[in-house]
Design a protein around this ligand. Sequence first.
Ligand code: ADP
Ligand code: ZN
Length: 749
Amino acid sequence: RARAHEAGDCARGPEPCAVAEVLVPVAVDQTYSYAIPPEVRVAPGDFVAVPLGARKTYGVVWGLGAGSGANLKRIESRLDFPPLPEKLRDFLDWVATWTVAPRGMALRMAAHAAVEAGAEPVRIGLRATGAAPARLTEARRRALASLPADAPVSKAELARLAGVSASVIDALIDDGALEPVALGPEKTAAPDPDFYRAGLSDAQEQAAAALREAARQHEFKPILLEGVTGSGKTEVYFEAVAEAIAAGGQVLILMPEIALTSQFRDRFARRFGVPPAEWHSELTPRRRARVWRAAAEGEAKVVAGARSALFLPFQNLRLIVVDEEHEAAYKQEEGVIYHARDMAVVRARIERCAVVLASATPSIETRENARQGRYGYLRLASRFAGRQMPALKAIDLRQHGAARGKWISPPLEEALKHNLAQGEQSLLFLNRRGYAPLTLCRACGHKFECPNCSAWLVEHRFRRALVCHHCGHVERRPDVCPACGQADTLSACGPGVERLAEEAAALAPEARLLVLSSDMPGGTERMRAELQAIAEQKFDLVIGTQLVAKGHNFPHLTLVGVVDADIGLSNGDPRAAERTFQLLNQVAGRAGRGEKPGRALLQTWQPDHPVLRALLSGDFERFYAEETDARRLARLPPFGRLAGVVVSGSDRAAAEVFARALARAAIRPPEGGGWSVAAPGAFPGPDDVAVYGPVEAPIAMVRGKYRFRLLIKAPRKANIQAFLRAMRARGPKPVKDLKVSLDVDPQSF
Ligand code: ADP
Ligand code: ZN
């Protein structure tokens, strides 16, 4: 840590503060020292403009140092942004240490939004002067007449009110009939904690009371809120939100797919009178800068955001909610690689506030923390208003397989037709985008592969193209085989949602059918509209990928058909069972949330698999117990620590050689001790760190880069970050385009 002195030290010291330690948003860990010119006053947390090599950048003062500052480059100016609060700076230090990422990159995540849009432009309003314009046209008269008497309005607003063009208003300004005045910052109404309180059930009220208490305390308090789908978790944590804002605090609600849903926004507005401030990657830079500033000034009381909202400069954070805490989308896989749920708990500890982790199917880690009493534990065991959980049934494909080239089995077909005949909504779930995952020549066996990745190209019929799902490479689907030159021999293998839709449309030609997938043209805007349309029953049959599983409320949906419940069970990842369990439970949980009861049919080849048994029997406890035992036995998280190291480069041999050298550097025991390392190939003892690999990554090449992985497995108490740092320090330095990325607690391995 280069943080030298805080402001207080300096005031007490004999020498004036003349040196600032500044962290800059680049891939370095240390702060740089700059001289503070006499005319500039800075305090820790302030944004400053500094020279960095030949260029200029912004930075944030991380600490003040004593000394003359002679021979140092100077701070150019202090920038007009709200300072980064001390607790946020502590949090960034912590995140960088935990993820073994350069502190400058952590700073970038927290500060970039503020500066990327430049300083907030002064908002200008218009006011009448009383002077008559030189010439009074009809449009000019309308503009003057539309001017509100009480408050100045912006030019755009006046143009809209009067129905005139902006040039008309410019002319009035030139004539002196209107004068520009500066407006204050945009004010938004604060959420009202008592705007509309729903009557809670007894079970909900009990949980809500505990959450209100936690929100009131202003102490670090993590709580798992586990409740079956439709039990009213949102309604319940809203009570904690109300408590926190009533106490004058701010609230952060993290959600995995916020950009997609307007439902949450509406629900929040119904409860609190106004929507929350939103934060996600689809916002314009200008909008992001506004929300950033509003959080820093305490103006934004509630921010609902994607994982990066975790780095906003809240002034007085009282509560963090992590909705759907088990979601894999909380893992940031690029740049600073972090898990937003875990970091939310850390931020809550630093801010000394409550953090609520909500889910119907919590992660094994969170469950275990609750079981051991490290987290509070609240449960909602049934759906609200006596609504039934969907009835789950397996369709055993060994007995009821679909016809050749089809994927809807006879029992599922019958159930679908029946549901449609009743005028009820159905969903077919298949977690595969596109038309077919593989295209093959029946004559010569040629398969279409991505030129940049070791992956098959996926046919997309809507786009008439073959697409790589890893790098985005697109090519036309040819009519003749490029290998053998024969015509009409190319055939699609396996289903994607588009192909399933074809099959479904043939079964139910009158049904209003929608394919919901993240790669359809129209982007987020369209998906949001489609999700809304499903909720309003504008479709009878929805064919969707995992997009449809994410917490949406579809009140008219009564039948869910899972086309391939076994997808994802056999990919060799130790988290495969947990993930499949969570996903299928989420999908099934979309059914029967309204007045009519729902059911889910799961097509499977292995109805006796523990995951399917747990889902079908509803015996979640047993599933969690078995999974937890298996993890404990294997010393996998949360009973041990893991880190992934990926070496990538365009030269395959160089990448492999480098990965081997890193592994060798890693297994040499450190000079001062601190950990013992299992000999290569030996079975690691309980206190050993073990290094596995290098092996080729599951997708060996992506975007033209070959990838080799090491897996580091350490006991729970070992400092795996120190191990990774030592490994990197002792290992060879990457040359050419070789890159090493470190992933502490990888989600798939
Ligand atoms: P979960 O997040 O647990 O899946 P939700 O909070 O989305 O559950 O609630 C499911 C449905 O039940 C929603 O439509 C919600 O409005 C309704 N609901 C839950 N609790 C209440 C309540 N106390 N009063 C009125 N409606 C409720
Ligand atoms: Zn590719």
